[in-house]
Write a protein that binds this ligand. Structure first.
Ligand code: G1P
Length: 252
């Protein structure tokens, strides 16, 4: 999360995407080894006063903008027991409101509305539904993702009502090549469902399994977003993202 693409760490791109969708309450599920995230968003009076007025002050503005406009809260996930468990760990910070989940190693860009803004607009048309962002991936890569099967909503060519979803299937098992990427809008109902979601064969509680429970009630929509996603959790994706951002900025 703290690896930078050009001048900003991935976590900051995530926060800025949430801000672009009108969100200002940032709940971070971290671990005791990730203190750098909290440090990054906290004011640093000494550093700020030495940078202010220099050519580098613009870099500082971006962090300060987020710190001033948003409330940050943090909670530690004591064991790595899956994404569903991580999201459940955030429950005390979220309360009883719908919320978005951003996995910052999936870096998303778009010339128009950010991916989370697109999803927020869709949520407003379908309140009480969970929304997952999807993209087509090569069939050989489906085993890295949650994969959905569904039917296009009436009058839509990019939003599906999810009929089933499966976590990291083999290419033979996968119903489609529509892979979930790290953007979700979830209703607070998900917390009750997570409480009774059994761990998978690796002992992890998967958000995909919890969402499948809601999908059976027709309450999950998968949205093929406009824009591009970089898998910065892999070395290759990180390098591709760095190059793509450098080209956009005219650096290379
Ligand atoms: C998680 C989810 C998976 C989703 C992916 C998106 O997997 O479990 O369903 O497709 O994020 O990045 P992870 O990458 O944490 O293994």
């Amino acid at each position: 999360e703290m690896l930078p693409i050009l001048t900003k760490p991935l976590i900051q791109y995530g926060v800025e995407e949430a801000m672009s969708a009108g969100m200002t309450t940032m709940a971070m599920v971290t671990s005791k080894y990730k203190q750098a995230i909290k440090n990054h968003f906290e004011p640093h009076a000494d550093i700020e006063s030495s940078i202010n007025g220099t050519a580098k002050s613009a870099l500082l503005d971006e962090v300060n903008h987020a710190s001033e406009q948003c409330d940050f809260t943090y909670i530690e996930q004591d064991q790595m027991l899956g994404l569903g468990h991580a999201i459940y760990t955030g429950k005390p910070l979220i309360g009883n409101d719908p919320f978005a989940v951003i996995l910052p190693d999936d870096l998303c860009t778009n010339k128009g509305d950010s991916v989370l803004t697109q999803m927020t607009k869709l949520y407003q048309q379908h309140p009480d539904h969970c929304i997952v962002a999807i993209e087509e991936v090569p069939m050989t890569e489906v085993d890295k993702y949650g994969v959905i099967d569904g039917e296009l909503l009436e009058d839509s060519d990019d939003a599906y009502r999810v009929k089933s979803m499966v976590e990291k299937p083999s290419p033979e098992e996968a119903p489609t090549n529509l892979a979930i990427i790290g953007r979700y809008i979830l209703t607070p109902e998900i917390f009750n469902v997570l409480e009774s979601t059994a761990p998978d064969k690796n002992g992890e509680i998967q958000i995909t399994d919890a969402l499948m429970t809601l999908a059976k009630e027709g309450k999950v929509i998968a949205y093929k977003f406009q824009g591009e996603r970089f898998d910065c959790g892999s070395v290759k994706g990180f390098v591709v993202a760095t190059n793509a951002f450098a080209k956009v900025d005219g650096i290379i």
